[in-house]
Design a protein around this ligand. Structure first.
Ligand SMILES: C[S@@+](CC[C@H](N)C(=O)[O-])C[C@H]1O[C@@H](n2cnc3c(N)ncnc32)[C@H](O)[C@@H]1O
Length: 208
């Protein structure tokens, strides 16, 4: 995601009660952050936050954590959070370090419009490569549960193969999410942009 520098981003980051910049300190203790035992869902690469904000507002019984590595984008996301939302946190981190941040405490991972890394030599950087799937094993509480949306056919096909090879079972699947029977979709910024262009949105939900 290209993002122009946000002038007062440091001030926005410093003054947000939603942002966590030292997430490794909470490894194994995220229920203390939310002060309850509710399930925890994370979105990796949360961008400007439409999805995670919408999810947390419509599911108060679930705790949501948006993971993002770029400060300017985090600042845009924090600016959008409309009101006091007790079940939402934004974490500044690179997903490569996810095993050091969560320990058997996550119920669902959302991967929305992840960077496609189109060249073959970049495929291992994809958030559904075996490298990342191995890391996710350490963060899930009991069953692994991942939901992915993308408009990128190459990334989608790669993910279907990668999930299946790694032992995941497909629970739900659509080659055109917006014209499917799957309910309760919350759009991301990229989803709005690409669906306006007429691109179909691919969707897959897997479990292990
Ligand atoms: C293509 S954008 C999609 C943003 C949003 N999910 C959406 O659908 O509108 C991908 C986002 O993932 C973030 N990202 C990519 N790799 C990441 C990583 N390893 N750890 C954390 N964030 C990452 C990028 O900074 C960017 O904001």
């Amino acid at each position: 995601m290209r993002q122009r520098n946000v002038k007062n981003k440091q001030e926005i980051l410093d003054n947000s009660s939603y942002l966590i910049i030292n997430p490794k300190e909470y490894c194994g203790k995220w229920k203390n952050v939310f002060e309850n035992n509710n399930p925890i869902h994370i979105e990796i690469g949360t961008g400007k936050g439409n999805f995670i904000i919408g999810k947390s507002l419509s599911n108060p019984e679930i705790n949501f954590i948006g993971i993002e590595k770029v400060d300017s984008i985090i600042a845009r996301c924090l600016q959008k959070i409309p009101e006091d939302i007790p079940n939402l946190k934004i974490v500044r981190m690179n997903a490569l370090e996810i095993e050091e941040v969560f320990n058997k405490e996550i119920d669902t991972i959302y991967l929305n419009f992840s960077d496609p890394w189109p060249k073959k030599r970049w495929h291992k950087r994809r958030l559904t490569s075996e490298i990342f799937l191995e890391k996710y094993d350490a963060v899930f509480k009991s069953n692994n549960h991942i939901i992915q949306k993308t408009d990128n056919k190459g990334l989608f096909e790669y993910s279907v193969v990668s999930f299946s090879t790694y032992g995941y079972t497909i629970k739900d699947f659509s080659l055109d999410l917006h014209n499917s029977e799957i309910e309760g979709n919350i759009m991301t910024e990229y989803e709005e942009k690409f669906s306006k262009k007429g691109n179909p949105i691919y969707y897959i939900e897997v479990e292990k």
